[in-house]
Design a protein around this ligand. Structure first.
Ligand code: ADP
Ligand code: MG
Length: 602
């Protein structure tokens, strides 16, 4: 066959594959167009998971009749003129591909009227061919209707999932835009059923409630707007000279409390300049911020809004615009991590106890405690913020660790020790109720923060061994030690290869003083081994965690009153007293009000 140029119709159909992967991609593009048109009311209707019908209606600026047909041409856009415009981009669209792509693989009708025009325009396009065009009356705004999606692409049709699955993807898309644009009203109707409606009140929390439900929304902590410098711009010919050489990254949003964890990372939602994007590295920075707050293998819920100069982010990475590239990726990574970490350290609440029995039906044997909903963090936050407390940021591994660690004053109220329960729990009274403290978890937390602080200040006490100890390890254990040799030595385990799988140990961290060094070290190495997938930057913190786990008082160990008082006093000065370094709670709390309620006093 001779070389020939594809007809625009075929070219559009090929290109459409990249832009419109499934019904949800069409919905995404149409919503973006409505948002770009300044619409304050966006209604989405789908049938059969979008296969039969997708309709997006808005009250935006509309398209002038003279331009309506042009909007369906490939690379036809009113949003940019030159590549430089991408550095000042304020719209979601800019590639001029969406309408052309959708119209190439479906039957599309456009009904639109521009503000200031008397009559609107109606256009119908079937798989790239115009089949009708006429003037028509309609309110200002635009309605795009997509039918028979992929009817001409059987291969694509075959890959579509069940309508409910496709509808789920669509709901996801609408949800993300509703979260990013709380000041606009969104409405999603699926097969005649209203499944999402936001008020457009402008309050993100209102949308959060609609999207996640009240229970979950109440467990989300607001990330106050935090600003971080990006670092100095390198000479970038595309950035005009007037641009500020120091730009800022602004981070805000919501972070779930540590109690709100999930089995995968899909609940970490990221936006840059209100554009949703996917980025495993930034998602990882959120996960790292929860380090020691969450049980291992669990992931947080978070909504992160990044605002940055458009010149510092490249959104033109992929036709679906779902990936971006940051010029200062490290700065963005650490900004997100610090903002989330700060929120958690300041606001994460103590889990509260809800007694699972009612006053009228006491349980037959023993009382079972359970961790219930979390309340009262808002007042706690206000108290903290109102006090104007400044916390440095606790980060681990490669990130800086604030040196004045446990010195920032009590984060718990003063507690009075009442006694010990089951040789495992300390019962204490605070000004506002009862605290039940897990002695092992609490001691782990105390030792962890103490060791971190000492390590940062380079004054970690070390216990030399009277005689060097030969550790004979299994090959797996030896491999872990070989990999973490430097970290072990940094943390006071003076250890060197001794041939094969053997190692010679000359000192241990002083917290392990009095312990049997052989079994302590083996247990710590096993702990490192079990968590071998943790990335390098946090292995140091992981090792500290393992050392503290071994060094902390065990459950079942009776404590004297002065010992309990000492433990509680030290816990009060911890930066994050409410969770152990593994993320489990150190304490549960029952408020005086709840006690009164349980006893029928209120
Ligand atoms: P892009 O959004 O990248 O510019 P599209 O193919 O999505 O490309 O849309 C082409 C043009 O059609 C847009 O630039 C805009 O001018 C116009 N347009 C599309 N949808 C709407 C809408 N809902 N309201 C107003 N104008 C629209
Ligand atoms: Mg568009």
């Amino acid at each position: 066959m001779p070389i020939q140029i594809l007809s625009p119709q075929v070219a559009n159909q090929i290109a459409a594959g990249e832009v419109v992967e499934r019904p949800a991609s069409a919905v995404k593009e149409l919503i973006e167009n409505s948002l770009d048109a300044g619409a304050t009311d966006i209604r989405v209707e789908v049938r059969d998971g979008g296969r039969r019908l997708i309709r997006v209606q808005d009250n935006g600026s509309g398209i002038p009749t003279a331009e309506a047909r042009l909007a369906f041409e490939r690379h036809a856009t009113s949003k940019i003129v030159s590549l430089d415009d991408l550095d000042r981009l304020t719209t979601l669209g800019f590639r001029g591909e969406a309408l052309a792509s959708i119209a190439a693989v479906a039957h599309v009708t456009l009904l639109t009227r521009a503000a200031g025009e008397e009559v609107g325009a109606f256009i119908r396009i079937h798989e790239g061919r115009e089949v009708a065009r006429e003037p028509r009356g309609t309110p200002t705004g635009t309605v795009v209707t997509v039918e028979h999606l992929f009817a001409n692409l059987p291969a694509r049709l075959k890959f579509l999932k069940q309508p409910t699955t496709e509808a789920g993807h669509i709901q996801h898309i609408v949800t993300r835009y509703a979260l990013a644009f709380p000041e606009r009203r969104f409405n999603l109707v699926n097969d005649g059923r209203l499944i999402l409606q936001t008020s457009g009140s402008g309050k993100l929390y209102d949308v959060l409630v609609k999207v996640y439900g009240l229970d979950m929304a109440r467990q989300m902590l607001p990330i106050e707007i935090n600003e971080y410098p990006t670092g100095t711009r390198s000479a970038n010919p595309r950035i005009s000279e007037s641009a500020n050489p120091q730009s800022l990254i602004r981070v805000s949003g919501y972070a779930g409390t540590p109690a709100l964890h999930r089995s995968n990372r899909s609940y970490i939602t990221l936006f840059v300049n209100r554009r949703w994007f996917q980025d495993t590295t930034i998602a990882y920075s959120v996960i790292q911020a929860y380090h020691t707050f969450l049980p291992s293998g669990r992931y947080p819920v978070a909504l992160i809004f990044i605002e940055i100069d458009p010149a510092d982010v490249d959104v033109n990475v992929h036709p679906t615009k779902a990936e971006v590239r940051f010029q200062f990726d490290r700065a963005v990574f650490s900004a997100v991590q610090q903002a989330v970490r700060k929120t958690l350290v300041e606001l994460a609440p103590v889990p509260q106890v809800e007694a699972p029995f009612s006053a009228t039906t006491p349980p037959a044997s023993g009382v079972q405690w359970s961790l219930g909903g979390i309340d009262g963090w808002a007042s706690r936050r206000d108290a903290l913020l109102g006090a104007g407390r400044e916390h440095g940021d606790l980060t681990v591994g490669a990130q800086p660790i604030s040196p004045q660690l446990p010195a920032s004053g009590p984060q718990l109220p003063l507690l009075r020790v009442i006694g010990q329960l089951n040789a495992s729990y300390v019962i204490a009274e605070g000004p506002d109720g009862m605290y039940l403290i897990d002695q092992h978890a609490a001691h782990e937390r105390v030792l962890y923060e103490q060791m971190l602080a000492q390590h940062v200040e380079d004054r970690l006490p070390i216990q030399p061994l009277l005689e060097p100890l030969v550790l004979n390890l299994s090959p797996e254990q030896a491999a872990v030690v070989a990999e973490d040799l430097e970290i072990l030595n940094n943390l006071g385990v003076a250890i060197e290869p001794f041939g094969g799988a053997s190692y010679l140990v000359r000192s241990i961290p002083a917290v392990l003083r009095g312990d049997e060094p052989q079994s302590a070290l083996t247990e710590i190495v096993d702990g490192l081994m079990q968590n071998s997938d943790t990335v390098a930057s946090s292995r140091e913190a992981l090792l500290i965690t393992e050392i503290c786990k071994r060094a902390a008082i065990k459950a079942g160990h009776p404590l004297s009153n002065p010992e309990m008082q000492e433990l509680v006093r030290r816990l009060e000065t911890c930066r994050s007293p409410r969770t152990c370094p593994h993320g489990r709670p150190t304490m549960i709390y029952m408020s005086a009000t709840e006690l009164a309620r349980q006893f029928g006093r209120t």
